[in-house]
Design a protein around this ligand. Structure first.
Ligand SMILES: *Cc1c(COP(=O)(O)O)cnc(C)c1O
Length: 402
């Protein structure tokens, strides 16, 4: 009998909503694409989006920028992190995170990951004490949120300022507090593969007026900060405007126009993602050799991607699984590969940072498999993908036992 094959695409997002396309066309017709190019009395798509994003997260201030990576670099600069400073961060994350640290001349100090795929809080406490770092760039990698109460207690004990990388947690929460609202600053991405899509883009949020004034100046506001409506009052800018450099990374009206309708729809999209996620989870439960990453009840997730573990699997068997699944149209990503591939790289590939040893992270990444769950997948697609993975994992597990 022919084995069923999946023919969909793991990288195909939904189209941009019609309302967003209409808003983008209106911006193009007006010709005013730069965020500070406003008609008299006009607030502009970017400033409105910032107000809406502040309201969405509950933050006092929000700034829209050119990318998630830019948001993190800007957050570090706004906190005064610079050359030679140490910044704690996750050993398991995506390349723009250590890249943001390197962009300000600082040195990443990587922290181990647990089998819940969250930062190892014991290792964080140890490394905070040993390194003397005063900043943590915390990545909620693949949407997994650690025990934020304990993390913030460790941060307080060691005088750490926390920046949250919420590239995978826009719309998620820990004990009802939105991701990005625990630390001093939250950073988000609106790149195509995240939760709202403008190709490239990002946000930065904070409640701290001086930090936001610096971030606005940094983002390239010239002396037009008065046009921001989700930023502190002009007096705060008087304090920082002469000593904050302009490192342009603004968002434009075109991207803001296509993001606003998507932000409004995000709660509905989150429900759709979580439906697919829970189906995949159910489909991959109770398979010998495959471990589900259980989500804690305190976490409100956005299931836009799915991870599972193949604990103790030798590399050859993982490779055989990837090949068997790929042959049936299921493209899995593996964080254990020796060489960086496409979006997937690991801390030992980031050789601009000092070499560091993370044995527990190595052991987990050796068996960590990842896949996206785009909203173009139907429930039938998810069921088929899960059954293909199940078949192939079971086949290889039986073979290995023989
Ligand atoms: C995508 C991503 C970012 C930001 O990426 P940009 O492409 O710069 O918007 C940050 N952190 C993680 C974990 C990401 O996956």
């Amino acid at each position: 009998m022919e084995k069923p094959v999946f023919t969909g695409s793991f990288t195909q997002q939904e189209p941009i909503p019609e309302a967003a396309i209409a808003a983008a066309v209106a911006v193009m017709r007006a010709g005013r694409l730069h965020r500070y190019n406003l008609a008299p009395g006009e607030e502009g798509e970017v400033a409105v989006l910032e107000r809406e994003f502040a309201a969405f997260t509950g933050a006092r201030y929000a700034l829209a920028v050119a990318s998630g990576g830019y948001a993190m670099g800007c957050a570090l600069r706004a906190l005064g992190v610079g050359a030679g400073d140490k910044v704690l961060s996750n050993g398991f994350t995506l390349a723009p995170v250590p890249g943001a640290i390197a962009s300000v001349g600082a040195t990443p100090v990587f922290v181990e990951v647990t089998d819940a795929l969250t930062i190892d809080l014991d290792d964080l406490a140890t490394k905070a004490a040993a390194s003397g770092a005063k900043t943590l760039l915390l990545s909620h990698m693949r949407g997994h949120i650690c025990d934020m109460d304990r993390l913030m207690a460790i941060a307080a004990a060691h005088g750490l300022r926390v920046i949250e990388d919420c590239a995978h947690t826009m719309g998620a929460a820990w004990k009802g507090v939105p991701s990005g609202r625990h630390g001093v600053l939250g950073c988000y991405s609106t790149q195509t593969y995240k939760h709202i899509n403008s190709g490239e883009g990002g946000f930065l949020i904070t409640d701290d007026p001086e930090i936001m004034a610096r971030a606005v100046m940094l983002s390239g506001s010239y002396m037009l900060y008065g046009k921001h409506t989700a930023a502190p009052a002009p007096e705060m800018f008087e304090k920082v405007k002469y000593d904050t450099p302009n490192i342009s990374g603004r968002m434009d009206h075109l991207r803001a126009a296509i993001l606003r309708p998507q932000l409004a729809e995000l709660p509905v999209q989150v429900m759709r993602w979580n439906m697919l996620y829970r189906m995949m989870e159910a489909g991959l439960r109770n398979i010998a050799g495959l471990r589900i990453v259980e989500r804690p009840p305190q976490e409100s997730i956005v299931g836009s991607s799915f991870q599972f573990l193949l604990p103790e699997w030798p590399a050859d068997r993982v490779r055989a699984l990837l090949a068997a699944c790929a042959a049936r149209g299921v493209e899995l990503k593996w964080f254990g590969a020796a060489e960086p591939v496409a979006f997937t790289s690991r801390y030992d590939s980031w050789r601009y940072a000092p070499a560091q040893s993370l044995p527990r992270t190595d052991a987990i990444l050796a068996g960590l498999i990842d896949m996206r769950l785009p909203l173009t997948f139907s429930e039938a697609d998810v069921a088929l993908i899960a059954s293909i993975i199940r078949d192939e994992v079971m086949g290889l597990t039986v073979q290995a036992a023989e």
